[in-house]
Design a binder for this molecule. Sequence first.
Ligand code: KIV
Ligand code: NA
Length: 264
Amino acid sequence: ARRTRIHHLQQAKDEGRRFAMLTAYDQYTAEIFDAAGIEVLLIGDSASNNVLGNETSLPITVDEMLPLCRAVARSARSAFVVADLPFGSYEVSPAQAVETGVRFLKETGVHAVKMEGGAYYADTVRALVQAGVPVMAHIGFTPQSEHALGGYRVQGRGDDAGRLIDDALALEAAGAFAVLMEMVPAEAAAKVDQALHVPTVGIGAGPSTTGQVLVWQDMVGLRGGKMAKFVKQYADVRSIISDAAAAFRSDVQDGAFPGPEHSF
Ligand code: KIV
Ligand code: NA
């Protein structure tokens, strides 16, 4: 299939269609999601807590992100591939953000970056876009600011809905090609989507955004433990893998594996 590009995502918004986005951090998931028609793949900084074993997204570095981005970009034939700018790699100045963003496009083959932050980062978004680095903005709950925000909390409730719209408009005016909203009331997200010309993407933002994104390990039930309210689990991959590992161990102990058909 043809490569999904920014203008296709814009067309979806203009024509009232939806698109799907999933995280991917490696070759096979990228191949599978790409072949399934997922329009956008995200190498999220959530690799920090979904791949690298950290508690939060804060510790992951650019150097840790780059190889994952390379794997996904090489494996996706049709999807539009977006990489998260990790915590500490863009906040210092627009110049720092451009240096980081250029590294991602140049060294990995991803097509765009995603960046957390509101209107305060409009100049940074503008600098990236002028440098040729497309930007998906990320507002609402921004996990890199967990400590500043006082934990995982819904953003944009009540009067704060106005600020969400102001942030989104400022980021769109700065050149963001899309605005992602995380954990905001469905009504506020719908207002933002209506206020914007560019497509929106939601995670815990209700049904009115142009796109929807999930972390793939949540989507297929690979991750154990309690899921956030906004997750829909489409499979129980953790059980499948767990059962396979137990069956393998049992076969090894019984001498049932390897059989003659596995031996030289
Ligand atoms: O890092 C991530 O996985 C994300 C999304 C789920 C929005 O930023
Ligand atoms: Na992220």
